[in-house]
Design a protein around this ligand. Structure first.
Ligand code: ADP
Ligand code: MG
Length: 269
């Protein structure tokens, strides 16, 4: 078990950035796979109606009878919604497009911001023995993402190494602050990870410099390179760590997992 600064239960991390296409789902799948490879028990919660994390791990549409939607709105038991993936130590609560209506349906619900919190932080979760829960957020700062931030111990932000990358960050950090003030005072920033980094491209190093200047130690040392194997893996319905274990992308996600675990041990000490 991971020795964390919490009394018990899994460490819950929301993978969030309201921009689409920045590497949230890719980071969720492959960071989870890297942690699982290190013998941690990991659960992915697919909180994006697009269901890309579910598809990327080989959960077919007809295998998604019970999903995040039911978990949020029907208080269904955990063992119905938690599914094995083909990967050892890696489970998932899948999502379907049904989840897109949840954002609206939640509005009239008194507990609207706390539904995922109540589902994930229930005593029954302890029986599964997960070390980590990674929540793959939708590309929006909507009620679903707020649910993730209220449920989570920390937020991990993938930052695409491209022009304007930092622009949306202040809005994201503002949402984190609001959640801290209203519902989850201990919410931390786990870190910002540069994704699709291209060392040959000046723009990538410029974005890195800007990120490190502005965010300092919040930026992970590990950068995820742009690597075609990473983008091919989802069509084979496996993490890049399985698809091409020796690829630069796989190595980078292993390094990210090690850095994250080290940071968490340091916080616990
Ligand atoms: P998000 O979940 O933030 O919308 P995705 O993780 O789906 O973003 O990534 C967007 C696209 O970029 C996908 O097609 C994905 O395969 C590709 N991609 C992500 N990370 C990498 C990488 N390191 N190298 C190459 N392609 C990547
Ligand atoms: Mg996604």
């Amino acid at each position: 078990m991971l020795d964390l600064a919490r009394s018990a239960g899994p460490k819950i991390i929301a993978i969030a950035n309201q921009k689409g296409g920045v590497g949230k789902t890719t980071t969720t799948i492959n960071l989870a796979a890297a942690l699982a490879e290190d013998a941690f028990k990991v659960l992915i919660v697919d909180l994006d109606p697009q269901g890309n994390a579910s598809t990327g791990l080989g959960i077919e549409a007809n295998e998604r009878e019970y999903t995040t939607y039911e978990l949020l709105l029907e208080e269904i038991e955990l063992d119905k919604v938690i599914q094995e993936t083909g990967q050892a130590n890696l489970s998932i609560v899948p999502a379907t497009v049904d989840l897109s209506s949840a954002d609206m349906e939640l509005i009239s619900n008194e507990k609207r911001s706390f539904l995922l919190h109540d589902a994930l932080r229930q005593p029954a979760m302890d029986g599964f023995g997960f070390d980590f829960i990674l929540i793959d957020c939708p590309p929006s700062l909507n009620l679903l993402t707020v649910n993730a931030m209220v449920a989570a111990h920390s937020v991990l932000v993938p930052l695409q190494s491209e022009f304007f990358a930092l622009e949306g960050l202040s809005q994201l950090m503002l949402t984190v602050r609001e959640v801290r003030q209203s519902a989850n005072k201990d919410l931390r920033i786990e870190g910002v990870v540069l994704t699709m980094y291209d060392g040959r491209n000046n723009l990538s190093s410029q974005v890195e410099q800007d990120a490190r200047d502005n965010l300092g130690p919040l930026v992970f040392q590990t950068k995820i390179p742009r690597n075609v194997r990473v983008s091919e893996a989802p069509s084979y319905a496996v993490p890049v760590l399985s698809y091409d274990p020796g690829s630069k992308g796989a190595e980078a996600y292993r390094a990210l997992a090690r850095e994250l675990v080290t940071n968490n041990k340091r916080q616990a000490a």
